[in-house]
Structures are given as structure tokens and as C-alpha cells.
Design a protein around this ligand. Structure first.
Ligand SMILES: O=C(O)CCC(=O)C(=O)O
Ligand SMILES: [Fe+2]
Length: 344
């Protein structure tokens, strides 16, 4: 159950950088993670065992968003470009005509090692959750290999966190290992353009302007890199939105719906939102808004998910995700696109 926290806790996971962390370190870390994820559902993780620094990650994301819009639209999902075959991976543009409070463009990357089914034919109006990635032409975009590497390192790190959570729930470290087969995890590059705002909003007196509406994430865990723009806010149990500004070197980690569900609510999936970034004075030379990079750690599409303890209620992960998808802005277009049916 979320509590009335007033800031997000910081958890140092440097023990995971050791080749063989001691049982004592594992026990202490899993207890600490349980404590923060049961009360806040969110934490800043520092000293994660990754080979990337934040500067490189944001450079890679900015390299993508700096491509011209024609190049990005060549990678657009079928819901935005009906002639395209990619339905789930790829680019989504901002949709100011549909969602002024969800103003963002994004690029979504899935696993490179998943044993993919073939793409559906372009005429098929069904989402294929297990389709291959699409990439810009290598002459235009040099960041593909590093982004694939980032995906793999985040998948490995998230799996380590999941194993610690299994221990914290009284299970063996490999309790969730069936979840890691053909994972649907998504690395999403996000750009929120600046939004001109009423002076009252700027003074925090007017209505709050959002670029990402309140929601919980659907998967196991989300690992988020955010730039220094700020805007992420997390809802506490008293109904207050608590700012989660950038903490240098940290990854914001939060519990998704699936993890909350299987732990019978012991771990909490906390609501969060993002305030619209304000335009900066043109003299600052940086008018590009907010960049963030969430990694949504998810089981495989066919994974049969059962609660950790107690009754035998079962969720097939692919079905869980399709249900949730109908609320996502990047799938809310006016094309009559079918998010609810399975791939054929
Ligand atoms: O950009 C952010 O900080 C948050 C993004 C987010 O919550 C999401 O994409 O689910
Ligand atoms: Fe989220």
C-alpha cells in the first residue's frame, strides 16, 4: 500500500557489481527493495551494474529525435502509416489533435533475441506484440548497436532486481525465471516537446499542464532514465503529487501492475504523471523539452502468470497487455485499429 511519502527513496545497488555478491548483501538489498516498493512503489536506484553513463544514453536518444520527420515517419507504426507492416515496434509521432495532455513522440525497441513470428501482412489490423524491430538506415543513424546493447543490459539488470524481489517475497531467486523467455520488454525513447504555458500555471496557481496523464505501468518493473528537465510526479496515499526530479546518475525504478497483482498487492504500482516542459528562453540554446528513456520490463507474450501465494488465478501476459493497451495514447488513433484481438 502506498504511504504518504514526501520524496522517493534512494537505493544503492553497488553490491550487484561484485561477481558474487554475498548472501548477506543479497538479503540486505532484497529487504531494502521490498521496503521501498511496498511503501512508495518507486525508488531512485544508484550504482547500477551497467556499462552506459547517462550522457551517452541521452546522446543516443537525441540522435534519433534529431532525424527529420520524414525519416522518422518511415518507421511509424501501422496505426499512423497504414501501409506499414510494423504494428507494435517503431515510431509514434506527437498527436496534438487527439491528446494535448499527452504530447510526446517516441521510438520503441523490443528484444533482438526473441524468436519472432513473421510480420502480419500490412492488411491485417491486428497488433503483433512479438514483431521484429525497425531501424533507420545505418547511414543516417549510427546508434542502433548501442541501443541494442542498452536493451540487453537493462533486461539483465531488471532480471537481477526481479530475483531480489522473489527473495523478498519468500521465494527462491529463480522463482520468476519462466517470465524471462522471449520477453516483451520495451525500450522506449521519449521526447516531450515544450508547451507554452499560461503565466498562472508557471506560478503554480493555474491548472496543471501535463504531457503524460496519470497512469500506472502495466508490466513487472519500469527502469527510467530522465534528463534534468524535471516534470515527473508520483502520487502518494494522501493524494499529493510528489515531484521526482532528476537525481544525477540514478535510474528511477517502479513497480508495474503485473508485479502488484502477483504479489497480492504487497508491492505497489503507484500512479505517476509528467508535467509539460516549459519553453526555455531562446538564449539558453536548448528549446527541446524533456527527454526520458523508460525500459518496460515484461514477461513473454505466452507467459502464464500466477500469483506468488494463494489462489490459482491465471493471467496470460499477452492478454493483460492488450487490455491495458486500449488506454495508451500511441494506440488511440482514429483508424479503428484493433488493439483487443490477438495476432493471427
Ligand atoms: O517520461 C517520464 O518520466 C515517464 C514516462 C512514463 O511514465 C511512461 O512512459 O510510462
Ligand atoms: Fe509510466
Amino acid at each position: 500500500m502506498a504511504t504518504s511519502f514526501s520524496s522517493l527513496p534512494i537505493v544503492d545497488v553497488s553490491a550487484l557489481k561484485q561477481p558474487e555478491p554475498s548472501d548477506g548483501d543479497i538479503g540486505a538489498l532484497s529487504a531494502q527493495l521490498y521496503d521501498v516498493f511496498a511503501t512508495t512503489g518507486f525508488a531512485y536506484i544508484v550504482n547500477a551494474p551497467l556499462s552506459f553513463d547517462h550522457a551517452e544514453i541521452f546522446r543516443l536518444a537525441k540522435e534519433f529525435f534529431a532525424l527529420d520527420s520524414g525519416t522518422k515517419m518511415k518507421l511509424a507504426k501501422k496505426s499512423f502509416q497504414p501501409g506499414h507492416a510494423n504494428t507494435y515496434r517503431g515510431y509514434f509521432p506527437t498527436q496534438p489533435h487527439l491528446a494535448l495532455d499527452n504530447l510526446k513522440e517516441g521510438f520503441e525497441i523490443g528484444s533482438r533475441t526473441t524468436s519472432y513470428e513473421s510480420l502480419p501482412s500490412p492488411s491485417q489490423d491486428k497488433i503483433n506484440l512479438s514483431e521484429p524491430n525497425v531501424w533507420p538506415n545505418k547511414e543516417l543513424f549510427a546508434a542502433q548497436a548501442r541501443l541494442e546493447q542498452l536493451y540487453e543490459e537493462l533486461q539483465t539488470f531488471a532480471s537481477q532486481l526481479l530475483s531480489l524481489l522473489a527473495v523478498s517475497l519468500g521465494k527462491a531467486p529463480d522463482f520468476f525465471c519462466s517470465w524471462l523467455v522471449d520477453p516483451l520488454s520495451t525500450l522506449r525513447l521519449l521526447h516531450y516537446p515544450p508547451v507554452p504555458q499560461d503565466p498562472k500555471t508557471v506560478l503554480d496557481e493555474g491548472p496543471v499542464k501535463l504531457s503524460c496523464t496519470p497512469h500506472t505501468d502495466s508490466g513487472i518493473l519500469t527502469l527510467l532514465y530522465q534528463d534534468s528537465t524535471g516534470g515527473l510526479e508520483v502520487l502518494n496515499a494522501s493524494g499529493d503529487w510528489i515531484p521526482a526530479p532528476s537525481v544525477p546518475g540514478s535510474i528511477v525504478v517502479n513497480i508495474g501492475d503485473l508485479m502488484a497483482q502477483v504479489s497480492n498487492g504487497r508491492l505497489t504500482a503507484t500512479m505517476h504523471r509528467v508535467r509539460a516542459p516549459r519553453p526555455k528562453p531562446s538564449s539558453s540554446g536548448d528549446a527541446f523539452g524533456r527527454f526520458s528513456i523508460p525500459f518496460f520490463f515484461e514477461p513473454g507474450e505466452a507467459c502464464i502468470v500466477t500469483p506468488v501465494d494463494g489462489d490459482d488465478e491465471v493471467v496470460i501476459y499477452g492478454e493483460h497487455v492488450r487490455k491495458k493497451m486500449s488506454t495508451w495514447v500511441e494506440f488511440q488513433d482514429d483508424s479503428g485499429y484493433d488493439t483487443a484481438s490477438t495476432t493471427g
